[in-house]
Design a protein around this ligand. Structure first.
Ligand SMILES: Nc1ncnc2c1ncn2[C@@H]1O[C@H](COP(=O)(O)OP(=O)(O)OP(=O)(O)O)[C@@H](O)[C@H]1O
Length: 329
């Protein structure tokens, strides 16, 4: 079962470059959350901080109640075993076939026999649709297969927290949807807490229970998906529709004169980019029929009900509407 991950006021810089500051959020146990943000806003740095690969200079990171910023290195070693991480490129060893890549964490971190290892590895390769490819080298398979192999490897130690860095990078939209479905199904099967770092708008709209966004070195918001998806915040609206019109520029942010120049151009009819102006909420993906129900759905129902009065009116309405249609929450 998944565990809660909570950050309190964490701040990270590299030298004089501040990446983000005072970031506080809670990933509720067993729920799927997504962290969005334009390129370079420090999403990957955040993910690496959660697992203790990078160290923020301020704040606390509680994993199942233990602050990894102050715990001993022995405790940190144990806590890391709770994580399964899927890095952008799968981070596979190029000289090892998929079987050995997937078996690697079991051989490194457990005393399991080779026959036990084989059973687990084949189970995870089957789950990720890779049976039959176990003898292939990473260089011999497609990007989508490498991603799935990375996921198989991330799952072998039965993680309670799964961190996924840009699951869509290098994948076509169809394969991205299949990978998203796989993550939801895995969540239904093992109830792990999942954090997906992405700038894929479709993924953000359809997969997570909770969404947050980093911009201008701040966490702009974090909460139930309905909050961000109904937000009137210009940066959020711009991001969700993938348009040039708004505060996000080619480098991280625009100044006022550039905003005004561009606005005049758009007013004169210039295309602002982006293919669609989607407003509001679209239904969330469900586990594939035949899968166990997601336990997180029930817990989220209770949690969101309790916090309802603290949410903006548009988010409250979206939640009520989903209740009316019986779809969610
Ligand atoms: N180990 C490091 N040392 C110094 N600077 C770093 C290090 N890791 C990341 N950075 C810097 O931190 C900033 C944020 O990087 P990060 O990769 O987290 O962004 P991101 O939001 O994940 O971007 P993208 O969506 O493009 O992957 C960048 O300016 C990057 O150069």
């Amino acid at each position: 079962m998944g565990v809660e991950v909570r950050t309190e006021g964490i701040t990270k810089s590299f030298g004089s470059q501040r990446i983000w500051q005072d970031v506080s959020l809670t990933l509720p146990r067993g729920e799927v959350s997504a962290l969005l943000g334009p390129s370079g806003t420090g999403k990957s740095v955040f993910l690496k901080s959660l697992i203790g690969l990078l160290r923020p200079e301020q704040g606390s990171i509680f994993i199942d109640g233990t602050d990894i910023m102050t715990c001993s290195s022995k405790q940190l070693y144990e806590i890391r075993k709770l994580f399964g991480v899927l890095f952008q490129d799968g981070a596979l060893f190029g000289s090892m076939n998929l079987f050995d890549n997937t078996a690697f964490p079991l051989r490194e971190h457990t005393k399991k026999s080779e026959s036990e290892i084989k059973k687990i590895v084949m189970e995870k390769l089957e789950l990720t649709g890779l049976l039959g490819a176990e003898g292939k080298l990473p260089g011999e398979i497609s990007g989508g297969m490498r991603k799935r192999a990375g996921l198989a490897r991330a799952l072998v130690l039965d993680p309670q927290i799964i961190l996924v860095d840009e699951p869509d990078s290098g994948l076509d939209p169809v394969r991205t949807s299949y990978l998203a479905q796989l993550l939801i199904d895995i969540n239904a099967q093992i109830d792990a807490t999942i954090l997906i770092v992405t700038h894929n708008i479709n993924l953000a709209r359809t997969v997570p229970d909770n969404i947050g966004m980093l911009f201008r070195r701040q966490l702009v918001m974090f909460g139930p998906r309905e909050v961000l998806l109904t937000s009137e915040e210009p940066v959020v609206k711009q991001f969700l529709n993938g348009r040039m019109q708004g505060p996000i520029g080619m480098s991280e942010e625009k100044d006022e004169s550039q905003m005004a120049r561009e606005q005049a151009m758009f007013d004169a009819g210039h295309h602002a980019g982006g293919a669609e102006e989607v407003e509001g909420i679209i239904p969330q993906m469900r586990a594939t029929p035949g899968m166990p129900p997601r336990e997180a759905e029930h817990r989220r129902h209770i949690r969101v009900r309790e916090m309802m009065h603290t949410l903006p009116p548009a988010a409250q309405k979206a939640i009520e509407d989903s209740l009316d249609t019986g779809s969610r929450v």
